[in-house]
Design a protein around this ligand. Structure first.
Ligand code: URP
Ligand code: ZN
Ligand code: ZN
Ligand code: ZN
Length: 467
């Protein structure tokens, strides 16, 4: 249909500009912006008018790192594509890039098909895929080229998790060489998993079984070392590199140094590293298990380096790494052995609001908020300008965000399918009021108006940050 909607009277914020403008939407697309009160805007006839007075009008969030239904540690992430994308919509996120998984002994194709099967017909908002490569072989290297053509243009490799997702340096180099040739972007989980496994074994043998030891064995130096090694391998291959979920100050320094050399190296961090710390991992009564993820939470002192990296652009994307496991029955698998706690935190619903709180707290500007959460992830992963901005021709993924609404984050009121909130009791100011996905109102005033299957697969171009 070509239903016409006008969003009137809000402050439109993109990564580039802020302006008081009305937004005209036709069908699934934004078709025009005009100054509020101008003759042009006043002349627009519409089937539906959304009043955005006193609100921000922002592009829907692009969360470039989620793991709906991820099988991990003998269990599966508790959000399905249906529940997880609905929660994302409530939080003002209108696109996710999730990770399809190649398992050892299988092809990329089998992994990607399986993830299409999980997502298709179930998503509330649009989605795309990265590919996790767990088995770099002659065959899977060739398959990378085909995936790039199908719009799966980024590949995550792991220096962590030996025996599960892990690739050695030779395999990493080969995948990087292939991506240098086919335009793909390598995403790296940079932790020295071989060394970490030794420390895990030693910790358990010493009776150190509590969740806080998860943080202690996954040493900052082993994140920095792997980050450094990944950068050098990418250099040798002539490939760009995107380092996921950076948490240690020393790893930020490695990325900063590479960027100062002019290398195409990018860093991502996540809200949990900006707002939480090893204090949470040390919570008594096994509560620390709620905060077990990898890379791990770090001592509070690291947060300043992360905020600084977000300002200097040594860190250029904030994604959630949303990978929820319930405390009861899932996190509890690791009672008596922290290494059996499934790794991951929920957060897909919280990211836009936490980063807006960072604006209020003086860490970043409003436009930087939109850049980190919408525009740069869209550009990085070949979704821009269809996603990540409000401009003629872009998808009408538009959020009317009330910067004044104050609320308390809680598992009692969130929409993620997980029995705890990593931010339980945290007060934030600012919240998505109305959320449009490709022109359809999917959330309005706390009510879900969308439907499973509205969200479609979005094939991606190659990264717009390639030289
Ligand atoms: O702990 C985490 N991050 N779980 C998800 C898998 C990954 O490494 O991103
Ligand atoms: Zn990872
Ligand atoms: Zn992840
Ligand atoms: Zn629909």
């Amino acid at each position: 249909t070509h239903e016409r909607t006008v969003v009137r009277g809000g402050l439109v914020i993109t990564a580039a500009d802020e302006s008081h403008a009305d937004v005209l939407i036709e069908g699934e697309r934004v078709v025009a912006l005009a100054a509020t009160g101008s003759d042009v805007a006043a002349g627009w006839q519409a089937d539906r008018t959304i009043d955005a007075t006193d609100c921000y009008v922002i592009p829907g969030g692009v969360d470039a790192h989620t793991h709906m239904e991820l099988p991990f540690g003998g269990t599966s992430a508790s959000d399905t594509f249906e529940t997880g994308t609905r929660a994302a919509a409530f939080g003002g996120t209108t696109t996710i890039v999730d990770f399809a998984v190649q398992s050892v002994g299988h092809s990329l194709r089998e992994g990607l098909d399986a993830w299409h099967e999980k997502a298709q017909g179930n998503c509330a908002i649009d989605y795309a895929f990265h590919m996790i490569m767990s088995d770099v072989t002659e065959h899977s290297l060739k398959e990378m080229d085909l995936l790039v053509e199908e719009g799966v243009t980024s590949f995550k490799l792991f220096m962590a998790y030996p025996g599960v997702f892990y690739s050695d340096d030779g395999r990493i180099l080969r995948a990087m060489q292939r991506s240098a040739a086919n335009g793909g972007l390598i995403m790296m989980h940079a932790e020295n998993g071989i060394a970490i496994d030794v420390l895990v074994e030693q910790a358990l043998a010493a009776g150190h079984t509590d969740p806080r030891y998860h943080g202690e064995v996954r040493r900052e130096l082993l994140e920095a070392e792997a980050t450094h090694r990944a950068i050098q391998l990418a250099r040798v291959a002539g490939a760009p590199l995107y380092v996921v979920h950076v948490s240690a100050e020393q790893a930020v320094a490695e990325i900063a140094q590479a960027r100062d050399l002019g290398l195409n190296v990018f860093g991502e961090t996540c809200p949990q590293y900006l707002f939480l710390s090893t204090d949470n991992l040390a919570e008594p009564d096994f509560e620390g298990a709620k905060y077990v993820c990898s890379t791990p939470l770090r001592p509070k002192e690291h947060q300043a380096a992360l905020w600084r990296g977000l300002r200097t652009n040594d860190l250029s994307v904030v994604s959630t790494d949303h990978c929820p496991f319930c405390f009861v029955g899932q996190k509890e698998l690791g009672r008596g052995d922290f290494s059996k706690i499934p790794n991951g935190l929920p957060g897909v619903e919280n990211r836009m609001d936490l980063l807006h709180q960072a604006v209020l707290d003086g860490h970043i500007s409003r436009r930087r908020w939109i850049e980190l959460a919408c525009a740069t992830p869209a550009r990085m992963f070949g979704l821009y300008p269809r996603k990540g901005t409000i401009a003629p021709g872009a998808d009408a993924d538009v959020v009317i965000f009330d910067p004044q609404e104050r609320y308390t984050m809680s598992a009692a009121t969130h929409h993620m399918n997980v029995d705890y909130s990593a931010y339980e009791g945290r007060e934030v100011t600012g919240r998505a009021r109305t959320v449009l996905s490709r022109g359809a109102v999917v959330v309005d005033g706390g009510e879900y108006l969308g439907h499973a299957g509205h969200g479609t697969f979005v094939p991606r171009a190659t990264s717009q940050y390639l030289l």
